[in-house]
Design a protein around this ligand. Structure first.
Ligand code: AMP
Length: 119
C-alpha cells in the first residue's frame, strides 16, 4: 500500500494520532520519535513518519524527503541521549527481517556495544 492517510488498525498511526500512549522524545512536522516498549539497548527509540507508509522502500518511493527527516530526527535524539560514541539505525523490511509493525519505523539503538552481524 502506498497510501499515506492514517490506517485505522495501524498501531503507529494510532500513536501518531495520540490514541495510543507512547513515551514521545521528539516531534517534527513530518516525524514522531518514541521509546520502544521492549528496548534492546539502553536507548531504543523508534522514529516514524507521521504519514502511513508500510516500509522504507515505500517511503523512499512515495515521500523521499521524509527518509532524510527520519535520519535527521534520529540524529537529534541520539545527541539528546548523549550517544557520542555512536549508535545504530535499522529499518526492518518484511517479515523475514523481523518487521512486525507495517508502518515504517527507524530503530535508533545505542548506549552499549552493538555486535555485528546482527541476529
Ligand atoms: P519491528 O519488529 O522492526 O517491526 O519493530 C517494531 C517495534 O515496535 C518492536 O521493537 C516493538 O517492541 C515495538 N513496539 C510494539 N508496540 C509498541 C508500542 N505500543 N510502543 C512502542 N513500541 C512498540
Amino acid at each position: 500500500m502506498s497510501a499515506s492517510s492514517p490506517v485505522e488498525d495501524c498501531l503507529f498511526c494510532r500513536i501518531v494520532a495520540g490514541d495510543v500512549p507512547a513515551d514521545v522524545v521528539h516531534r517534527s512536522d513530518t516525524t514522531l520519535a518514541f521509546r520502544d516498549v521492549n528496548p534492546q539497548a539502553p536507548t531504543h527509540v523508534l522514529v516514524v513518519p507521521q504519514e502511513h507508509h508500510v516500509d522504507a522502500a515505500a517511503l523512499a518511493r512515495d515521500a523521499p524527503a521524509t527518509v532524510a527527516h527520519l535520519v535527521d530526527a534520529a540524529r537529534m535524539v541520539a545527541a539528546a541521549e548523549g550517544l557520542d560514541d555512536g549508535y545504530r539505525l535499522v529499518f526492518n523490511a518484511g517479515a523475514q527481517a523481523g518487521q512486525t509493525v507495517f508502518h515504517v519505523h527507524l530503530h535508533l539503538l545505542g548506549g552499549r556495544d552493538l555486535g555485528w552481524p546482527p541476529g
